[in-house]
Design a protein. Structure first.
Lengths: 370, 370
């Protein structure tokens, strides 16, 4: 591990991430009060994920907000690598993207990179990643997007649209660039080497500026895209980054669809959710009730509290009172977990119903090929 | 240049090629009398390009001929990189492929790699290479293929069919492999690095063995494909290689569509053909008529004679008499050139008519996407 004690790449996140250091390392910009004011000016409000620093960093966000004010619209693009079932961590940028879409009245593209996960995972077949892509699409649709202004891209389905754009990008990227940005080696397969150009392609699918809400681990792809954009006469994508969502089992790394115990899937039953949180959720509490009452818990490292902060408790006042009660020792770990279990299960109850309905809607969302 | 004094790669051919040395360098097999007998057994004859060593080398040809005898059919695949208009050198493997198709009653795929030429040529756009692809397809169709058993693939048109196959191949090839086989460097663009997997894809488009008639410079692509095939549970492609067709201006290198003066295009007028051959065709004759009568010419280095041998004079007896007359000094260079001009122009007169008719047929040849 480098001296910073953490690693963030699109395929590997490790260590406890210092986000201020990461901003310096990646060369992005912090979301300032000034930026928040610009957002509020159009949106009329500030999403809690912005207030709480879940979205913490950006590239060119100020520029596109200024342009929006002067009448120049943008479009949204985000995505997911379908290596498994959707977990609740995936929903963070999607929910935020939906808020942006409503407030800024944009079109939205959602890319499912079945080819990427096939290239990246030795044991996954293309049939499997494609099947996960359809599964993941249901979760996306369940969040309430509309097919009129939202299109889902599945790479192997939409390759006819993507490839000619990707080719323009690929011609301007050499192997050295991918070594520098992704750490690729001579042993990296050539699908993987080419792949970044397909993740770039949706940035140029409309003839206007794109804004990409995404996990900060995906930034390296678009750092390359931003270098290429002027070379092919297109605007640089603007980005807004969210932090990594911690695994249930603790901070350090991100929640991963391939690590069963640390992950709450959107298809988990109430019993499974309860069991996972009670058994695995990393706690900031003290070893005994007596000690906890005396010293108090640490919500800043407690995963249950963090899930409430990141996603499940949008009400700042309620969140603060949980924070204070847990820190003072008034609230026990079991009580904190019970709040999260309740929140997750009531979210999932509704989500799972919408997810079932999405099965009838999915065809209307899939990008049709020219 | 290496010690062998020639270079043969898919994108660069230089020097006077020693084909026996090339067979050793590439690790292919020479077409022997035994192989010719096997072909004759089914075909009932030996194509003059086989008799004369224009097709000189192969991989696994004996194997698929034996299998054919025992009832196992194969299919044919060849192609072209559309970097410019078609020249007469391109027609060599196509004409031979048509003969194979008729004699062995196979389906045939013809791939036009518009993406490859876009990646390889700094100044070509994808629109230009695609437009050349359509132009080149007309020449292919004009040779008399039938849409019932012949399909034309244009990479950016058929990427939906090709990409999932290419992805299977790409996952099994790493950057080191492409360095070793193509001499790629860190500065090579990632489109180019990935591309070989798209040239592999048609090898697996049917669920049976493929035979590929092709210029020997394209062998490196399929050397990789042959390594990958067993890893993805598919049969290794069999190959039959033709020699490089010399440029008008002389032996060494191959006829190139980007070098105007050394190239006879299929769309050239009789006057242009006459002028190009008279002005540029490298001659094996002597500086003066007197000297030529006395010493005789050298048909082995004379490009006009070589064109007759390779393509324009299928009659062995007539060819031999030209050879003897030129070598003895009885036939002057001007007379030899006049024979070639006449042959080329009568071929092109018919070809250009068929090429016009092909414009109405092309849609029926284009591979339709699933």
């Amino acid at each position: 591990m480098p001296s910073d004690d953490f690693i963030v790449t699109p395929w590997h996140v490790e260590g406890e991430i210092d986000y201020d250091k990461l901003i310096k390392q990646f060369g992005t910009e912090k979301i300032t009060g000034e930026i928040l004011k610009k957002i509020e000016k159009t949106a009329g409000e500030i999403h809690f994920m912005l207030r709480r620093g879940i979205f913490f960093s950006h590239r060119d966000l100020g520029k596109i907000l200024d342009e929006y004010q002067s009448g120049k619209k943008f479009f949204l693009y985000t995505g997911r690598g379908p290596s498994g079932h959707t977990h609740i961590g995936h929903l963070v940028p999607w929910v935020f993207a939906k808020w942006l879409q409503e407030k800024f009245q944009t079109t939205m593209y959602f890319q499912l990179t079945d080819d990427e996960k096939f290239y990246a995972k030795e044991n996954l077949t293309l049939e499997q990643t494609k099947s996960f892509a359809y599964e993941n699409a249901l979760d996306f649709i369940a969040l309430g997007f509309k097919p009129e202004n939202t299109k889902i891209i599945i790479n192997t389905n939409n390759i006819r649209t993507l490839y000619p754009i990707a080719a323009q990008v690929a011609k301007k990227i050499n192997f050295s660039n991918t070594k520098a940005v992704f750490g690729f080696k001579n042993e990296t397969n050539i699908g993987m080497i080419f792949y970044t150009s397909l993740q770039s392609a949706p940035c140029f699918i409309e003839d206007r500026q794109v804004l990409i809400p995404l996990g900060v681990d995906q930034d390296p792809h678009f750092r390359i895209t931003r270098d290429v954009a002027p070379k092919i006469g297109r605007p640089k994508p603007a980005l807004i980054h969210n932090i990594m969502i911690p695994s249930l089992t603790g901070p350090g790394g991100k929640m991963s669809a391939s690590e069963e115990s640390g992950t709450i899937y959107t298809t988990d039953s109430p019993q499974v959710v309860k069991k996972k949180i009670n058994k695995y959720a990393f706690s900031g509490g003290q070893p005994t009730v007596e000690e906890h009452r005396r010293i108090g818990g640490n919500p800043d490292i407690d995963v249950s509290y963090q899930y409430l902060r990141i996603f499940f408790e949008p009400d700042d006042k309620k969140l603060k009172s949980i924070y204070d009660d847990y820190k003072s020792g008034k609230m026990l770990t079991g009580e904190l977990k019970a709040i999260l279990i309740d929140k997750v299960n009531s979210f999932l109850e509704e989500h799972q119903q919408k997810r079932e309905k999405a099965k009838d809607q999915i065809e209307r969302f899939l990008l049709s090929e020219k």
